[in-house]
Every structure is written in C-alpha cells, then in structure tokens.
Design a protein around this ligand. Structure first.
Ligand SMILES: [Zn+2]
Length: 205
C-alpha cells in the first residue's frame, strides 16, 4: 500500500486537539439540544455536573439517550419525573474515564438552566458543561479525575477559561451537583490553577 505523504497543513489538521470545537480524544455523539452562543461570546467558565439514570445506577446508556432525546420515559418511574426534558452537555465522563462529547464547545449546550455566576446570568451562554457519571454524595473514580484533568487542560488551551465551578455554585438552592463527593482540591492541584479560579469554600485549606 502506498503511503501518501501529507502536506504540512494536512498534518497539522490531523494532529489538532480541536476541530470546530470538537475534542480529538472524545467519542463524538449527537445531541439536537444546543444552539449558537450569543455573538462575540467565548466560553470562559467550566461547569461541572454529575448525572446517572436512574440516579445511582451506572454503566447503562440512559444518559446518552437522554441527551439524544431517545430515552424511553416509560422504563423507570424516575424517568417519568423528567419526561420531556431536553438537555445536553458538551462532555460526559463515564466511571471508567471514557470521554464522550455531544455538542461542539463552540456552541451553546443546555446544561445549566436558570443560573448565575460572577454576576452574569444564563451560564449556558458562556460556559462549557461537563457531566461526570455519578450521584451526589458518591465519590468519583480516579479515572474520571484523570480524564477530567486532561479535558480541562485542553479547554484551558483553546478557550479563555477563568473559572471552574459546580452546577451547585451557579444554581444554588436549585441544584446540588456534583456534590460533596467531588474533590475540588484534587482538581485544583492537578491543574495547578490559583484558588481564585474556583468557588469560595471549595479549595481552601
Ligand atoms: Zn447539573
């Protein structure tokens, strides 16, 4: 088989970490639940979440189905409570660290809902949502922290990220994820970011 030599630009494109907001090391999935970001808005906030369907059960494909609007609401009583919900997240990190992407990070995913952070409301406009497979109060897996740190580092390279917060910090009183099981100091240490990048009370000694 002949090996075709690649031009420099082809090689650069091939090796690029990002292509139109899609991360090279994430499995690409489709979600119709997204829109354009407001004009001239670049994401500078990462919002961390946790999710499992039904809550506390891991390993199935229900979350992927939810983001694709293909979840059968009749399969579980909990699904009835969220029936018709149209949501998405840019990224989803499974218990073994597998990384999936549903929406280009250049676009606006529907993960935060009614929210406010740093005096700015509607966090979906200027944030990137990352869901960790998990349940509030449960600890997360080492492989999830590794996957998350690699993803955050790649996001920090491409976008003008200044803050990382939880859903519980951008929608206090309404949301409590990722919850007490998430180790904020561990993420801060791994990324080597200053404390100011994280919500008050999460990374202080
Ligand atoms: Zn959330």
């Amino acid at each position: 088989m002949a090996i075709r030599s690649m031009s420099q630009s082809e090689l650069t494109a091939e090796l690029a970490l990002w292509r139109d907001g899609w991360y090279r090391f994430a499995g690409q999935r489709d979600s119709p639940n997204y829109g354009r970001r407001p004009i001239n808005v670049k994401p500078d906030l990462i919002v961390l979440h946790c999710i499992s369907l039904p809550p506390g059960q891991y390993g199935g494909d229900e979350v992927q189905r939810l983001f694709a609007n293909q979840l059968d609401w009749s399969l579980h009583p909990f699904f009835r409570r969220i029936e018709g919900m149209k949501v998405s997240s840019h990224f989803y990190i499974r218990r073994h660290g597998e990384l999936l992407q549903f929406v280009s990070a250049d676009d606006r995913a529907w993960h935060a809902g009614v929210s406010c952070y740093r005096g700015r409301s509607n966090c979906n406009d200027d944030s990137i949502g990352i869901e960790l497979e998990g349940a509030e109060g449960d600890p997360f897996e080492d492989s999830q922290y590794e996957s998350l740190a690699g993803l955050c580092a790649a996001l920090l390279q491409r976008y003008p990220i200044t803050d990382i917060a939880g859903h519980e910090h951008v929608a206090p009183g309404r949301k409590t994820d990722p919850g007490r099981g998430f180790d904020w100091p561990r993420l801060q240490r791994t990324l080597g970011l200053p404390r100011q990048c994280f919500p008050v009370g999460t990374v202080e000694a």
